[in-house]
Design a protein around this ligand. Structure first.
Ligand SMILES: Cc1cc2nc3c(=O)[nH]c(=O)nc-3n(C[C@H](O)[C@H](O)[C@H](O)COP(=O)(O)OP(=O)(O)OC[C@H]3O[C@@H](n4cnc5c(N)ncnc54)[C@H](O)[C@@H]3O)c2cc1C
Length: 616
C-alpha cells in the first residue's frame, strides 16, 4: 500500500471505480462535521453595564460557577473569558498535543533557576494552560482521578469546615454522570459516582490494549495491585483510568456546563475578553476593567466578582488590583490596598520525571494501520485518536513511605511504537527536552518499542511562587516552581523510580528483553544506570510538569497564612471570591480536574447560601 503513495495507478478504468472511492473519501472527510460543537453565543455589553455576578475565566471551575449561578433566574451573570470557543482538535482526544503552543494555550514558561530542568530548552519548563472555553479541561489529558479522602479530611482538620469528606464527596457526585456500562454493572463502583450530573465520564476507547494489559500485569507482579477502579482503591494500585471522555470525544466543562446554560437569558458570555483589573472601592469589589477588541471598558457587579482565572492568572489579577504582598506591589508601582502576603505563594505542582524502558515490543506501526485507525475514528470514534496522544489510560499509584495508606507517587504509561516518526516533536514540544536528550531517545526508539512512564510526585514538600513581571496585564507573570528545593522530594523521586524500575524483572518485560537506556545528560554519566544517584541526577536535570499547579490563592483562616477563607472569600476585601485550582489548602494525590470541578460545584453553593436571604 505504501508503494502506491505518490505513484500513478496504471489499471484501466471507466471512471466509476475512482468516483466510488473518491465519494467514500469525501464522506469520511466530511464526517468531522459530525463532531457536535456549536459556538457559544456572545453577548453585547456596554461600558458600565451592571450585573449581579461577574465570573472571570470559563475554565474547569469558572464554567461550573457561571452555569450554577445562572440557575437562579433572578440573577444576571456575566462570564468573561480571555480565549474563545474550543477548536475541533480539542474534541478529539488524540489531538491534545496539537493544541500546545497555539492561540488556545497561554504557554507559560517557568523562570530558569540555573539548577533544575537544565536539560530542557533554556532551562525552563513549559506550563501549557488552556485559553478557551473549558480552560485546561479543554486541553488536558482527561484523566479523571479524584484522590484520597485523607486529603479532604486534612482540609477539614485545618479548619476549613465547609470541606468535610462528606461534603466533598457529595459535590463530586453532583458533577458526575458515569456512563461506563461495565462500571455501572458493579454496584460497589456505581455507588461511588454520581449519575445525573452534567459531567459525562467514561473510559477511553483505547487502542494499545494488549500492551497496556501486559504493563498492568507487570505492575501487579511488583506489588501495585491491579484494581477495578482507581477512584475507589488508590493505594499501591494500578489499572485503567476513568476519563472526561465519552464515545471518543472530550468532555470539557464548556461542553458539560456552558453549552446547556448558554441560552439562558440571564447568562451573558464575552469571548476574547481579557480582564485586566478588579475595581475595588472602599475595600469592596464593585466590578472589573476589561480589554476587548482593543477597547477598555468597565463592567459592574452589584453582588460579587468571582475569580476563576486559574492558579497563575487569579493571583496575578489580585496583585494588579492592589491585593498582595505590599513590598512586591510597591516594587511594581501598584498602590497596595490590602497587604496580603500569601498571594502567589505556596505554589505546588506535580512534577514529572521520565522513566524510559525499551524492548522488542511494540513493533513499528504501519502507516496504513494509522490511516485506517483515523477512518475508524471518523466512523466509530475508536482507534488512536480516541485517547490522548501523550499518554495511555494505564496508571499506577503507590508510596515510598512506610506506615502509610496514602499514595505519594504516580506513574502514567505512555507507549511509543518502534521507530515512531513523531517522537522527536513530541518530546521537544510537550516536554521541551533539549535536542541532545531527545536524540538519545530517538536513537534507541529506532530499534526498540518504548515504554515511557511519566513518574510524578503527588505530595511534594517543595513550594514556589508566582510574581508580577510588571504592572502591564498583558505581561506574563514570573513562575518559580522550585521543584526539588526541599531535598526530601529528590529522595522521594529516587526511591519511587527505583520501585518503578523493578518492572524490568517481571515476566513480560523479561520476555521482550526490556532495558533502561541512558539519556544523554552528561552530568549523570558518572553514575551507574538505575542507581539512586543516577535517578537523583536525572530527576534534577529532566524535571518537568504534569500540569497540576495549585495553591497560589490558598484557603485558610487568616490573611497571614492564606488568601481566601473557607467560603472562598478573599481576606480583606468584600464581594470578591476565588474559585479555582489556586484555593486548594493542600495539593491532592489525584489528578486535578475532578477536584477543581468539585470546588466549582461546592463554591457555587457557598455563594447561593450566602445570598439566600437577600431581597431581589
Ligand atoms: C496539558 C494539561 C494536561 C492536564 N492533564 C490533566 C489530566 O489528565 N487530568 C486532570 O485531572 N487534570 C489535568 N490537568 C490539570 C487540570 O486540567 C487543571 O488543574 C484544571 O483544569 C484547572 O482548572 P481552573 O479552573 O483552576 O483553571 P483553568 O481551567 O485554567 O481556567 C482558567 C480560565 O480563565 C481564563 N483566564 C485566565 N486569565 C484571564 C483573564 N485575565 N481574563 C479572562 N479570562 C482569563 C483562561 O483562559 C481559562 O479559560 C492538565 C492540565 C494541562 C494544562
Amino acid at each position: 500500500m505504501t508503494s502506491c503513495y505518490g505513484g500513478t495507478c496504471l489499471t484501466p478504468t471507466t471512471g466509476a471505480a475512482p468516483m466510488t472511492f473518491a465519494t467514500a473519501l469525501q464522506y469520511f472527510a466530511a464526517a468531522q462535521c459530525l463532531l457536535p460543537r456549536e459556538p457559544l453565543p456572545e453577548a453585547q455589553v456596554n461600558d458600565d453595564d451592571d450585573f449581579d455576578f461577574i465570573v472571570v475565566g470559563a475554565g474547569s471551575a469558572g464554567s461550573v460557577v457561571a452555569s450554577r449561578l445562572s440557575e437562579n433566574p433572578n440573577w444576571n451573570i456575566l462570564l468573561l473569558e480571555a480565549g474563545g470557543d474550543a477548536p475541533l482538535e480539542s474534541d478529539i482526544p488524540g489531538l491534545e498535543g496539537a493544541l500546545f503552543g497555539t492561540e488556545y494555550d497561554w504557554h507559560y514558561l517557568t523562570v530558569n533557576d540555573g539548577v533544575t530542568s537544565q536539560a530542557l530548552i533554556n532551562g525552563s519548563v513549559g506550563w501549557n494552560r488552556g485559553k478557551m472555553f473549558g480552560g485546561c479541561s479543554s486541553i488536558n489529558g482527561m484523566i479523571y482521578l479524584k484522590g484520597d479522602d485523607q486529603i479532604f479530611q486534612t482540609w477539614y482538620n485545618l479548619g476549613n469546615k465547609e470541606w468535610s469528606v462528606d461534603q466533598v464527596r457529595k459535590y463530586f457526585k453532583k458533577a458526575e454522570n458515569l456512563q461506563n456500562q461495565e462500571m455501572l454493572k458493579n454496584p460497589t463502583i456505581s455507588d461511588q459516582y454520581g449519575h445525573s450530573g452534567p459531567l459525562v465520564i467514561n473510559k477511553f476507547n483505547s487502542t494499545y490494549s494488549d500492551y497496556i494489559q501486559n504493563v498492568i500485569d507487570s505492575w501487579d507482579e511488583i506489588g501495585f495491585r491491579r484494581v477495578n477502579d482507581l477512584n475507589i482503591e488508590n493505594f499501591m494500585a494500578s489499572g485503567t483510568v476513568t476519563a472526561t471522555a465519552a464515545d471518543g470525544i472530550r468532555q470539557g466543562t464548556d461542553k458539560a456546563y456552558l453549552e446547556p446554560a448558554a441560552n439562558r437569558p440571564n447568562l451573558k458570555i464575552l469571548k476574547k475578553t481579557l480582564v485586566s483589573k478588579i475595581v475595588i472601592d472602599n475595600l469592596k469589589a464593585s466590578g472589573v476593567e476589561v480589554e476587548k477588541d482593543g477597547k477598555k471598558i468597565k463592567l459592574k457587579a452589584s453582588r460579587e466578582v468571582v475569580l476563576s482565572a486559574g492558579t497563575i492568572e487569579s493571583p496575578k489579577l489580585l496583585m494588579l488590583s492592589g491585593i498582595g504582598p505590599a513590598k512586591h506591589l510597591q516594587d511594581n508601582d501598584i498602590t497596595c490596598l490590602v497587604d496580603s502576603p500569601m498571594v502567589g505563594q505556596n505554589l505546588q505542582d506535580h512534577c514529572l520525571v521520565p522513566i524510559i524502558i525499551y524492548g522488542n515490543e511494540p513493533k513499528e506501526t504501519d502507516p496504513t494501520d494509522m490511516y485506517h485507525s483515523h477512518i475508524d475514528y471518523l466512523a466509530y470514534r475508536k482507534g488512536l485518536l480516541s485517547h490522548s496522544d501523550l499518554v495511555t489510560d494505564a496508571l499506577s499509584v503507590y508510596t515510598t513511605e512506610t506506615n502509610t495508606t496514602y499514595s505519594n507517587v504516580q506513574n502514567i504509561l505512555s507507549i511509543l511504537p518502534k521507530n515512531l516518526d513523531t517522537i522527536k516533536d513530541t518530546f521537544m514540544s510537550a516536554f521541551r527536552y533539549n535536542e541532545s536528550v531527545v536524540d538519545s531517545i530517538v536513537e534507541l526508539n529506532k530499534d526498540y518499542g518504548t515504554y515511557f512512564f511519566l513518574f510524578s510526585i503527588l505530595k511534594p514538600y517543595s513550594s514556589g511562587n508566582i510574581s508580577l513581571s510588571s504592572s502591564d496585564p498583558k505581561d506574563k507573570p514570573l513562575i518559580f516552581p522550585n521543584y526539588f528545593k526541599d531535598p526530601r522530594d529528590l529522595a522521594v523521586a529516587a526511591a519511587g523510580i527505583k520501585m518503578a524500575t523493578k518492572i524490568l524483572d517481571t515476566d513480560y518485560f523479561k520476555s521482550i528483553g526490556g532495558f533502561l537506556g541512558r539519556m544523554n545528560v552528561p552530568e549523570c554519566d558518572q553514575f551507574e544506570l538505575d542507581s539512586e544517584d543516577y535517578w537523583k541526577c536525572i530527576s534534577k536535570n529532566l524535571v518537568t510538569t504534569i500540569f497540576h499547579p495549585v495553591r497560589t490563592s490558598q484557603m485558610g483562616q487568616c490573611i497571614s497564612s492564606s488568601v481566601v477563607d473557607s467560603r472562598l472569600r478573599v481576606h480583606g476585601v468584600k464581594n470578591l471570591r476565588i474559585i479555582d485550582a489556586g484555593v486548594l489548602p493542600t495539593t491532592v494525590n489525584g489528578n486535578l480536574n475532578a477536584v477543581i470541578i468539585m470546588i466549582g460545584e461546592r463554591g457555587s453553593d457557598l455563594i447561593k447560601e450566602d445570598h439566600k436571604n437577600e431581597e431581589f
